[in-house]
Design a protein around this ligand. Structure first.
Ligand code: ATP
Ligand code: MG
Length: 242
């Protein structure tokens, strides 16, 4: 059974349809980009996986459990198995790098005597062991992004979900971060990345689910980001609305 299954999922916000009849499966250990223009529904798709939003119709299965009908008391357990990296949930500015990560562990009640080792090992993995005492405002954008990654990974999730992880980064830092995500995936973790970053998506040659106005218009293995194809779909959509 696939690790993540969307089965005819529709999500509406009032009259606004954010996702329409979306179906796909993601196997354990896959690396998948979700791409599309602003407003295409990328974040909504990720939020549905995390059960931050409720489906309007359709079924979502994650790790063999039905998320769409999941009881409230099971939701925190479900979320604990997901590592989330999003600039919307930024770092706590008044805490050190170390404390930011410790906070994430304590929030999931996984704190124990090995916590310090776990945190330092994770910071080593993202190349920031020397900065554990720094505060967020003392870090570059790329370093902050790597702390967000370390924070997402420190609870050993099954799936890493990253919403625009390179949003505020220059090309070099974006590339470094993508290499880290690829490395994490190589170690066996499922990785799902919502992104605008065309060049990166093209270079990475991974599976790519393309959304246009809430609909999946392409699901390609080893994809290259095809701006023209996306534009044509967008154009057709606008024309058919007239
Ligand atoms: N909480 C909400 N309430 C109302 N409408 C929403 C809400 N969240 C998203 N939408 C709408 O759903 C659609 C998809 O939004 P979503 O945030 O998923 O797009 P996105 O692809 O992530 O865009 P971006 O690239 O700008 O992050 C948009 O039209 C948006 O306005
Ligand atoms: Mg978004």
């Amino acid at each position: 059974m696939a690790q993540i299954i969307f089965d005819h999922v529709t999500k509406k916000f009032g009259d606004e349809t954010a996702l329409e009849d979306v179906s796909f499966e993601i196997e354990k250990g896959e690396f998948v980009f979700v791409i599309g223009k602003s407003g295409a529904g990328k974040s909504t798709l990720l939020n549905l996986i995390m059960k931050q939003e409720e489906v309007t119709s359709g079924r979502i299965t994650v790790n063999g459990r039905r998320v769409d009908i999941m009881k409230r008391k099971k939701v925190s357990e479900h979320r604990r198995r997901l590592g989330v990296m999003s600039s919307e949930v930024g770092l706590l500015k008044d805490r050190s790098v170390y404390d930011n990560i410790a906070f994430a562990i304590l929030a999931t009640e996984q704190g124990n005597s090995h916590m310090k080792q776990v945190i330092m090992r994770m910071l080593g993995l993202v190349g920031l062991a020397g900065k554990f005492e720094s505060f967020p405002n003392e870090l570059s954008g790329g370093e902050q992004a790597r702390v967000l990654l370390a924070r997402a990974l420190v609870t050993s999730p099954d799936i890493l979900i990253a919403d625009e992880p390179t949003a505020n980064l220059d090309p070099d830092a974006s590339w470094d971060l993508m290499q880290l995500l690829a490395e994490v995936n190589y170690q066996g973790m499922t990785v799902i990345v919502a992104s605008h970053a065309r060049e990166l998506v093209t270079i990475m040659k991974r599976r790519c689910i393309t959304l246009v106005a809430g609909t999946v218009v392409a699901d390609q293995r080893k994809a290259i980001y095809n701006q023209k194809a996306t534009d044509i779909f967008e154009e057709r959509r606008v024309l058919s609305k007239k």
